[in-house]
Ligand binder design. Structure first.
Ligand code: ARG
Length: 634
């Protein structure tokens, strides 16, 4: 039956009536909403408790042997109640032959509820088939008014990746890219209007220095062919020169020499002057800088595409208007937020924010004594500008925890400027370090090099099994996808805030909870479908009540959880929430194969089991795509 039929049958209620009765109740996209609503309906007369209270206090269990849903009676906060007593009483009064629940099991104050398998299996598999790629998505979460879609979606900005031109795309940028891409997918799937912004590090004196280097050593051909590496090498070369020059000047100074001429002509001073030309919008200086930027973006885009990531906007520090920064600077002075200190302007938080917090926020500079703005100054202006431009409801900055203080300072300054409501819409999503990351070829940590190394490693592994290797149509492409999955899954396995060690051996292994293993599990369900050679009509007409084995029912119980898992992920904002679920699913699948043979079984049984595995294939694929992975079929 459809979920709708089931609702009518068990409660005599339409889905609309259920949606009116319970908060955020949408059984047509989330089967557990029906299960919760029904349970609250049944418990209402038994307990005399407001069914909404029951509905919102039903919990997940930690594993299927503990039931599908649980009610810790104490969570209802009833005055003077003996909770263990209540649990026992209520369980006794629970109907013997409820349509979708077994009789509850009680342990202490906990009531555990188990689904009956036939209605579960015969409603969840068709729902997964009907929704397909949409299963797990929730169009309601991001609506301005969940009751009235015509009022539109809420606006979300996810700012992520944000590498610095001419500098290595390091592990921090990789993590920001992976986590940010995932969060953008998550909110889009939850019905938000998501804007993906890449805020490039593309401004400052170092881009003056880079231009000098290009004039001296640049090579047009190389710039076209490989802008990222060429610019990096130019930058490294001139930085070394500048460092040597500084050393020399210091030594001469110490020896009593007059170094003023040397200083006036130094690379540092030339870079400063060149950057000044850029801020004064000198056309030639800007044209060269823009070429570096544009060529770099072309390359970044290619790499992002391999990671299934795109941006709506390549913004960057260069895009922040000097005029606006001047205005905000004046406003900060007028409001007493910043004060002069040896010619520079700084924000002394200890004088503005009481107690420990004020001390912790330190004393950042927002204007150097030569009048130039800084990273923080640009962020302040950019944030206020985004608020005007995009009217966002929420904005997420995906930036390493090394910048915790920077973002706290930013949000606090916005608040002190009188925009608490804007600061409250902003959220810093931080993450820990990647340790021990270097490539086999050398020390520079460009993302492309890392992805190439991991793909090579996967290719080596694939070659070890010649027969299977020969069955893969595009081995190099598959090796690349597996390599990327390896890196991404390792990155998303722990909580974001934890550091982890980049371990090529571990991440590329087919054993353990790795990217290759997840891909293998997905390809394996795919291959069953190919071997079974059944049509969609065959699967749609399968008699699902034949799925009685515990292995089959347990897989369906997990499939039913997927929309809830996504809702929970919207609370944790942790990729590992999804990954943990997917690995549980792959384990359940792998231990089921011996019990649920498809090919070789009698035809009706074959159809039913195939429908089950096909639904599992859909959910695994949906979860992997949410994480930004490209599921492989072979
Ligand atoms: N480009 C910066 C870096 O590499 C990250 C930018 C983070 N975003 C921001 N709005 N500050 O460190």
């Amino acid at each position: 039956p459809s979920i709708e039929d089931l609702a009518k049958k068990v409660d005599g209620l339409s889905l609309d009536a259920l949606a009116d009765k319970y908060p955020a109740c949408h059984p047509e996209i989330n089967p557990l909403d029906l299960y919760r609503a029904h349970l609250a309906n049944v418990l209402e007369p038994i307990t005399g408790v407001d069914p909404k209270l029951i509905y919102t206090n039903l919990q997940w269990t930690s594993s299927l042997d503990k039931g599908d849903l649980a009610l810790p009676t104490a969570s209802l906060r009833l005055k003077g109640a003996k909770y263990d007593q209540l649990a026992k009483e209520w369980a006794e009064k629970f109907p013997e032959n409820d349509a979708i629940y077994e009789k509850p099991v009680v342990s202490g104050i906990h009531m555990s509820f188990f689904y009956r398998s036939v209605p579960l299996v015969s409603s969840v598999i068709p729902l997964v088939r009907e929704k397909g790629a949409e299963y797990g998505r929730n169009p309601y979460h991001g609506l301005r008014d969940p009751k009235d879609p015509s009022k539109g979606k809420k606006n979300m900005i996810v700012e992520f990746s944000s590498p610095n031109i001419a500098k290595p795309f390091h592990a921090g940028h990789l993590r920001s890219t992976i986590i940010g891409g995932f969060l953008a997918n998550l909110y889009e799937g939850a019905g938000w209007n998501v804007r993906r912004i890449n805020y490039l590090g593309d401004w400052g004196k170092q881009y003056g220095l880079l231009a000098l280097s290009y004039v001296k050593y640049g090579d047009e051909d190389q710039l076209q062919k490989d802008p990222i590496n060429h610019l990096f090498h130019l930058y490294v070369r001139i930085s070394a020169e500048m460092a040597a020059e500084k050393d020399d000047i210091t030594k001469r100074k110490e020896a009593g020499e007059d170094v003023s001429a040397l200083e006036a002509n130094s690379l540092d001073e030339q870079a400063r002057q060149y950057f000044k030309k850029m801020t004064d919008r000198d056309p030639d200086a800007l044209a060269m800088w823009k070429r570096f930027r544009d060529l770099s973006i072309v390359r970044y885009k290619e790499t992002y595409a391999r990671l299934n990531i795109r941006f709506d906007e390549y913004s960057g520090e260069s895009q922040v208007s000097e005029d606006e920064m001047d205005k905000i600077g004046d406003e900060m002075v007028a409001k007493g937020i910043c004060k002069e200190d040896k010619g520079a302007q700084l924000v002394d938080f200890s004088a503005l924010v009481p107690g420990k917090e004020g001390k912790r926020l330190e004393k950042p500079i927002v204007r150097k004594k030569d009048g130039t703005a800084l990273y923080l100054t640009r962020d302040i202006s950019e944030l206020l500008n985004r608020d005007k431009k995009y009217n966002f409801d929420h904005m997420i900055y995906v930036v390493a925890s090394a910048q915790d203080l920077h973002l706290k300072q930013l949000f606090k300054i916005i608040e002190l400027l009188g925009h608490k409501e804007i600061a409250d819409k902003c959220q810093h999503i931080n993450f820990g370090l990647v340790l021990g990351m270097s490539t086999r070829r050398g020390t520079v940590k460009f993302l492309d090099d890392i992805l190439r190394d991991v793909a090579d490693k996967m290719h080596e592994t694939m070659r070890k099994n010649e027969t299977k290797y020969n069955q893969v149509a595009d081995p190099a492409g598959t090796a690349d996808t597996l390599g990327i999955s390896s890196v991404m899954v390792q990155d998303m396995s722990g909580k974001r805030i934890n550091n982890y060690t980049f371990n090529m051996e571990a991440m590329t292994s087919f054993e353990g909870d790795t990217g290759p293993y997840l891909q293998y599990a997905h390809a394996r369900v795919s291959s069953i479908r190919r071997k079974a050679n059944l049509s969609d009509e065959d699967l749609a007409s399968a008699d699902l009540s034949l799925l009685t084995e515990p292995h089959a029912v347990n897989i369906v119980r997990m499939l039913a959880q997927w929309p809830d898992q996504v809702q929970n992920t919207l609370k944790t904002l942790e990729p590992t929430t999804v990954l943990t679920y997917l690995f549980k699913m792959t384990h359940a699948l792998s231990s089921s194969y011996d019990h649920l043979q498809v090919v070789g079984s009698e035809r009706e049984l074959m159809k039913a089991r195939m429908a089950l595995y096909d639904a599992a294939h859909t959910v695994l694929g949906n979860g992997m795509r949410l994480l930004g992975l490209s599921p492989v079929e072979r």
